[in-house]
Every structure is written in structure tokens, then in C-alpha cells.
Write a protein that binds this ligand. Structure first.
Ligand SMILES: *Cc1c(COP(=O)(O)O)cnc(C)c1O
Length: 374
């Protein structure tokens, strides 16, 4: 028997979440962002759930090849463009659309020998100061690209730094619109947060309404709320794309004053029934999660106790047992996602306890955790 830990990817939930993102921007086409191996889920495992997207956006060329190997003939976008000149050969061969965010990438294109013209997404740095041409240089980059025989079509893109927060997108949106007003081409601006918060008929701030041709949702597809805790995944009607589940492999009935785990970080204030779960930080469960981090046992909410160790963590079974819920050796434990009884523990709640985001938990699942799709 392998250890009982298992990650399950929910195809129907991915489909639902993509439809939910589309609902926020019904006139836009949707890139399904599957970078970082589909946020840790596995590109091959999410493909079925996300194939109704209009295209797949990612950044490793190896991942682009995997998407093509799955039989996807539609658009594929490299979000960071090419890293060296020979990457353009792969773009030509596999018909990959690519971001152009710096002069060096235009130089490479100008020197590239190709028969087919390339579709490029010209990126503006509208204020995030990571990738892209400054607003002042944007038009000359567009003009230079437009003059290249290697380039077929130019789309315009930018990325928001604060779509999930109080600052919002207003400032960057205004810059982008001002400096692209009379340029032709499709527009792509919104990640999950901008799609859910700043599009559609009911934006968080009507003065910051984003309209574009292509949305770029990532995290929302996998069921995490991009602006938690302002909104929960349930409030956005997102379903968990992944469940991390394991089982109780031992129980300990301890007396008042007894401790649990390394460093005796938890001291029982009353007689306590402790469940020991086959999941630890070597599986990708954050070690930093303190006593009290939410967890589901047999689909009922309870809390972790003491420090997370490499292969195990402890949970409090006392109240469940007292309430007559049958819990003990072999009980189902849901670290995040959906339990067998339908109860959901949002990954965002566990991420919050760890002082991080759902993104990091998804991407941090360890290779030793077996994954299946349902
Ligand atoms: C990762 C990424 C996205 C998706 O962001 P989410 O917050 O996961 O929706 C969109 N656009 C670009 C350029 C990205 O790098």
C-alpha cells in the first residue's frame, strides 16, 4: 500500500471555473493560463477540463510542446516571449504566438528566417515595471514590429499589478488606453482578478471597467479566489480544481497538559483526541501553518494541532468524536478542496494560515504526491 495521500484534479470544476470567468467577460476570448505546469496541476491533467478555452497561455517552450502534443491546434501564447533566437524556430514550427516585451526580442525577430508570419503580443509596461515597453517607447516598438516581414499581426497587451486590491486598475488602464488609442490590433489586459473584479456589467468600481478581446485567467480556473479574503471562492462561484486528501493513520488520546509533535508546540487544555494524518511539509503542506489551521476530517471542519512535520501532521478529533461523528484510523482527511460529503475547504483558507496565497500552495505540491483526474 502506498501512503494514503492523494491529489485529485476535478475536470468538471475546471470546466465550471472557465465558464465562470467567461461569464465576467462574455464578449472576450479566453486564454487558459497553464504556466508552471498548470499551477502545479499538470498540463495533461487539466487539458480535458480547459480545452474549451480559446487558447493556452504559458511560458516554458517545453510546456508549449506538451500542449501541441496533446493535439491542441488552436492558439498558444508564450507569456514572456522567447528567451533566445533559436526559440523562434520552435515558434515558427509549432505556430506559437509570442509576447514581445523588449527591444532584444524585436532584434531576434528581425534576424529570424521564417516563411510563416508570426503573431505577436506587444507588451506595455503600464506601471508594474516588470516586463514591457514604457508607454513612451510603445509606439516606436509597434512601428518597428509592423515593418518586419516576419510579423503577421500585432496584438496589444499589458498586465495589472493591483487588480486584486484597493488600488485597482484605473491608473494603468488609463495609461494603456492613452498610448494605444489609435493603434490597431486585439487587446489583452486582464488576469483572473481583473476579469472577475473589473469586467462585466457589475465591476467592483464602474470607473475602472476593463474591456478587451482576450482575458487571461489563471488562478480562478483552478478554483482559488484571486482577491481572497475580500471575496472567497464561494462568493465568486468558483469550485476547487484540486483536492489534497489523506487519511488518519493513528490516534492518540491525550490528557490535559500533554503536548503534540515537535517542540511541544501544542499543549492540551483538556483531554484531547488527536488524529495523525499522513501529510507533511515534504508533501507540500506548509510547515508554517500554526495550530488552528482549518482541515476537514470525514467532511467535518476541525483544526490542526502543533507543528507540521515532514511526513505527518496532527488534527483535533475531540469535538467530532464527542458529536458522534465516527472518526479514527482510516478517516478521510481533506487538507484542501472537496470532501466526499461535498464539504469544501478552500485552498485560500489554508494559504492564509500560512501567510501566502493559493497560488503558492498549488505550485508547491511535492512530486511524491500521486495525482489523479476525475
Ligand atoms: C500568470 C499570468 C496571468 C494569470 O494570472 P492569474 O492571477 O493567475 O489569473 C495572466 N497574465 C500574465 C501575463 C501572467 O503572467
Amino acid at each position: 500500500m502506498p501512503r494514503p495521500i492523494l491529489a485529485t484534479i476535478h475536470t468538471a470544476a475546471l470546466q465550471h471555473n472557465l465558464a465562470r470567468a467567461r461569464l465576467a467577460a462574455p464578449d472576450a476570448k479566453a486564454w487558459a493560463v497553464v504556466k508552471a505546469n498548470a499551477y502545479g496541476h499538470g498540463i495533461e491533467r487539466v487539458y480535458q477540463g480547459l480545452r474549451s478555452a480559446d487558447g493556452f497561455a504559458l511560458l516554458d517552450l517545453d510546456e508549449a510542446q506538451r500542449v501541441r502534443a496533446l493535439g491542441w491546434r488552436g492558439p498558444v501564447l508564450l507569456l514572456e516571449g522567447v528567451f533566445e533566437a533559436r526559440d523562434l524556430e520552435l515558434c515558427s514550427r509549432l505556430d506559437l504566438w509570442h509576447t514581445v516585451h523588449c527591444e532584444e526580442q524585436i532584434d531576434m525577430l528581425a534576424a529570424h528566417k521564417t516563411n510563416g508570419g508570426h503573431r505577436v503580443f506587444l507588451k506595455m509596461n503600464s506601471g508594474m515595471n516588470r516586463l514591457g515597453f514604457t508607454p513612451q517607447c510603445y509606439r516606436s516598438a509597434w512601428t518597428r514590429l509592423n515593418a518586419l516581414p516576419q510579423v503577421d499581426e500585432i496584438s496589444l497587451m499589458t498586465h495589472f499589478s493591483d487588480a486584486d486590491g484597493a488600488r485597482g486598475v484605473g491608473q494603468q488602464l488609463q495609461v494603456f488606453e492613452q498610448f494605444t488609442r489609435d493603434l490597431p490590433g486585439e487587446r489583452s489586459l486582464s488576469n483572473s482578478a481583473a476579469t472577475l473584479r473589473h469586467s462585466g456589467d457589475n465591476p467592483v468600481d464602474p470607473a475602472q471597467r476593463v474591456v478587451s478581446d482576450w482575458i487571461r485567467p489563471g488562478i480562478a480556473l483552478y478554483g482559488s479566489a484571486p482577491d481572497f479574503p475580500a471575496h472567497s471562492s464561494a462568493q465568486w462561484d468558483l469550485q476547487p480544481g484540486i483536492t489534497l486528501a489523506s487519511k488518519i493513520i493513528a490516534t492518540q488520546a491525550i490528557d490535559t497538559g500533554a503536548s503534540v509533535g515537535y517542540g511541544s508546540a501544542f499543549l492540551a487544555e483538556r483531554p484531547t483526541l488527536v488524529g495523525v494524518v499522513a501529510c507533511g511539509y515534504a508533501d507540500g503542506y506548509p510547515r508554517i501553518c500554526p495550530t488552528g489551521t482549518p482541515v476537514l476530517v470525514a467532511g467535518h471542519r476541525t483544526r490542526t494541532l502543533g507543528r507540521v512535520s515532514m511526513d505527518m501532521l496532527a488534527v483535533d478529533l475531540t469535538a467530532l468524536s464527542e458529536a458522534g461523528v465516527p472518526v479514527g484510523f482510516g478517516s478521510e482527511v481533506t487538507l484542501w478542496g472537496r470532501a466526499a460529503n461535498g464539504e469544501v475547504l478552500a485552498i485560500d483558507e489554508v494559504a492564509q494560515a500560512a501567510g501566502t496565497l493559493g497560488y503558492e500552495l498549488m505550485c508547491g505540491l511535492a512530486a511524491r504526491v500521486p495525482m489523479v483526474t476525475n
